[in-house]
Design a protein around this ligand. Structure first.
Ligand code: ZN
Length: 292
């Protein structure tokens, strides 16, 4: 296992972690400046942040700072209530692939979606099996395009508490079943993003990480699970403040040969987004060296 204690060369910052400072929005260019000033070598930006700053502006900044993208957040949300909705999702995902290509991301992260309409508060139906088959079809179709521009797709299984509204792929096993079905040759075009917040509890986690193997482990996201958790979406903990045995899981991933970035992804309305972004970033760096 790699020694992280001496430096933070393998730290990536998911830019959602720094999207607010003392509750106020921080523009993406400013986040990139902060990261570059502290010697952070990689980031993973969100589409809305990129859109607000402008794709070409962000692309230039990434290059001038010499930053890499450990991933691009995010594509997905495949299920829809009708054919027009399915087509709109596909078209939007193609644009996400193109943006990821322009930014030279390591992969496009897919949060696959759940029951159509549920995120807005009213699910169009209760058929989660249908949603899952639409996810499979949607990824298959997007994969055909992503292959042509050589942008790997990383399916991120989400904790089952998000099955209705954000992702009906909830375990590594499910995600890898999709990989087996859609890319049986293990070409590297399709894999998984292992976000420990979502999968740390899974009794099959070690086994499924081994099943994934190096060619399907495309991203590794860290934060911590707080007890109690006060908000289902935006109360992720700083590494070391919760109950996840992070080094153990990193050991399993690295035992497969994963040698990429450890990406910090924290959504925290009540805590870290209320602090100065510099304090949050400095804490990420310190915890990366000591508890990841
Ligand atoms: Zn994640």
């Amino acid at each position: 296992m790699r020694d992280f204690s001496q430096d933070h060369r393998w730290l990536s910052i998911n830019t959602a972690t720094l999207r607010k400072s003392r509750g106020a929005d921080v523009p993406l260019p400013q986040i990139l400046d902060l990261c570059a000033a502290r010697g952070v070598r990689a980031i993973s930006p969100w589409r809305d942040q990129v859109q607000a700053a402008g794709l070409s502006t962000v692309s230039k900044l990434v290059r001038s700072h010499g930053l890499e993208l450990s991933g691009y957040c995010r594509g997905g949300m495949f299920p829809a209530a009708d054919a027009a909705g399915l087509k709109a999702a596909h078209d939007d995902n193609r644009r996400a692939v193109d943006e990821a290509r322009e930014l030279d991301a390591a992969c496009l992260v897919l949060v696959v979606g759940g029951l159509p309409g549920a995120l807005a508060g009213k699910a169009a139906h209760k058929d989660i099996a249908l949603a899952r088959s639409q996810v499979q079809d949607g990824i298959a179709r997007l994969l055909d395009y992503a292959r042509t521009v050589k942008m790997p797709l990383a399916i991120e299984p989400l904790h089952p508490m998000y099955a209705a509204d954000r992702a009906c792929v909830n375990t590594m096993e499910q995600a890898l079943d999709l990989c087996d079905a859609l890319d049986p040759q293990r070409t590297g075009a399709l894999g998984v993003a292992v976000d420990i917040y979502h999968v740390w509890w899974d009794p099959k986690l070690q086994q499924q990480i081994a099943r994934a193997g190096r060619d399907r482990l495309l991203a590794f996201h860290v934060c911590d699970w707080l007890t109690p958790t006060r908000d289902l979406l935006n109360d992720r903990g700083m590494m070391g403040d919760g109950v996840i045995d992070i080094p153990r899981i990193r050991g399993w991933v690295e035992a497969q040969g994963f040698a990429g970035y450890s990406e910090v992804e924290i959504f925290s309305t009540q805590d870290w987004w209320q602090r100065e972004a510099t304090e949050t970033l400095d804490t990420c760096i310190q915890r990366h060296k000591t508890v990841v």
